[in-house]
Design a protein around this ligand. Structure first.
Ligand SMILES: *Cc1c(COP(=O)(O)O)cnc(C)c1O
Length: 404
């Protein structure tokens, strides 16, 4: 360890999307691999859209000029999209609640009909950047710690640790992965030095795919105003269940979303936050000046403009998810949970004297040898819903592994 590097970073393991190496040591070329370990959409952008984007790149983007540092056009487009998801649920999900719009709206400055404006939006180099900015805004320098309920998205804890911010955690219920609220309350009460300043939840959670329950939402609603509640809706387009309509009641809530999943732009690194204007203004102070390349901004604007086309595959992904869950549930040895996202979570029911974690590791490794990457995390296995062919291979390969 180089002597000038902080000691606490020595023990930290970097986030590895493909533990053990997806390429390199693997016998398969990238194209022969079913990459079902990082929850992207299985479809690339349509060819015409890529061509239009390429044209924009050639004709309109001056590569010698800095990007729009204020993301003005993109923030406008995002605000419009968010409002649409509040007011007119296009995908016909009953789970969207139409907001009881109170006078004043978010921050007391917005007219009731347009709940969200560009002032409520902040854009990041992936929502990962926004997570880091939020930690800097709230907890840095001993000002606070964060709370997570495990298993959950690991980047909250990893990023906090890189900043020297303590992580307080509690368990989830084993049956449905809802947060054990009494344990959460106790953990938050007992850790006052420094106090918990941020609670992170994912809606629906990764890796366990469950949406927040009414009780959990109630608990989040009643948290004190000096705790920031981060609701990560990375999988919103799959769950069609948002809490954005309640932001105007809770200035201490922030919603994170991303273009990396349903919008098929993981390579472009674009995430956004929806929050009280004072909080987004703070995020603007913290971020690096030109955090989002011109091409990424353009790609995100394109994706929003073409959202009906891009999101049209979601019903198919949801029906593939149902098939995958049904097929995996056939196996006596597997416990498979319902999913509100584009991935499925399962565990092996270990027999007497058997280690479930050892089995998980084995299944993950054997699938990898056959060319299917899945994620072993949180004491179970998380499998992204892929194309119909990929899902069929997943089921066949798991069947073969369990039979043998
Ligand atoms: C994939 C994912 C994100 C997206 O991160 P980006 O940095 O925007 O790619 C955020 N939160 C969760 C829980 C995720 O699973």
């Amino acid at each position: 360890m180089l002597p000038f590097i902080r000691k606490d970073l020595a023990e930290l393991t970097a986030y590895t999307p493909h533990p053990g190496g997806a390429s390199g040591e693997s016998a398969h070329s990238e194209s022969a691999i079913d990459r079902l370990d990082t929850n992207e959409c299985p479809c690339d952008l349509p060819e015409e859209l890529k061509q239009k984007l390429a044209w924009t790149y050639q004709q309109l983007i001056e590569t010698n000029r800095y990007p729009d540092g204020g993301h003005a056009a993109l923030k406008e487009a995002i605000a419009q999209y968010v409002n649409e998801s509040l007011n007119a649920p296009e995908l016909g999900a009953e789970s969207i609640h139409v907001p009881p719009l109170s006078k004043g709206g978010l921050g007391g400055v917005l007219p009731p009909k347009t709940a969200i404006t560009a002032d409520n939006i902040s854009v990041g180099n992936g929502s990962d950047e926004l997570i880091r900015s939020l930690l800097i805004a709230t907890c840095l320098g001993g000002a606070g710690s964060i709370f997570v309920a495990n298993p959950t998205f690991s980047m909250y804890g990893i990023t906090a640790t890189t900043l020297g911010i303590p992580v307080v955690s509690a368990a989830r219920r084993e049956d449905n992965f809802a947060i054990d609220i009494n344990e959460a309350k106790r953990a938050i009460d007992q850790n006052q030095n420094p106090p918990v300043r941020v609670v992170f939840v994912v809606h629906p959670n990764s890796p366990t795919a469950n949406a927040l329950t009414t009780d959990e939402i109630e608990w989040l609603s009643n948290l004190p105003q000096d705790i920031l509640v981060v609701i990560d809706e990375a999988y919103f387009e799959f769950s069609q269940n948002t809490l954005a309509y309640r932001l105007h009641q809770h200035p201490n809530w922030i919603i994170l979303r991303t273009f990396s999943k349903a919008f098929r732009l993981a390579s472009m690194r674009v995430g956004y936050a929806i929050a009280h204007p004072e909080l987004t203004a703070t995020l603007e102070k913290i971020r690096l000046p030109y955090n989002l390349p011109s091409f990424s901004q353009t790609a995100a604007e394109f994706a929003l403009a073409q959202r009906q086309l891009l999101l049209a595959v979601i019903p198919e992904i949801i029906s593939e998810r149902a098939k995958l869950i049904a097929a995996l549930t056939q196996h006596q040895k597997l416990q498979v949970w319902p999913s509100a996202a584009n991935f499925v979570y399962l565990r092996v029911k270990a027999a007497e004297g058997e280690s479930a974690e050892h089995k998980h590791q084995q299944i993950m490794q054997q699938l990898k040898q056959q060319g299917t990457l899945i994620r072993h995390t949180g004491g179970g296995l998380r499998i992204t819903v892929g194309t119909p062919d990929e899902n069929q291979r997943t089921c066949d390969r798991i069947s073969a592994i369990l039979t043998y």
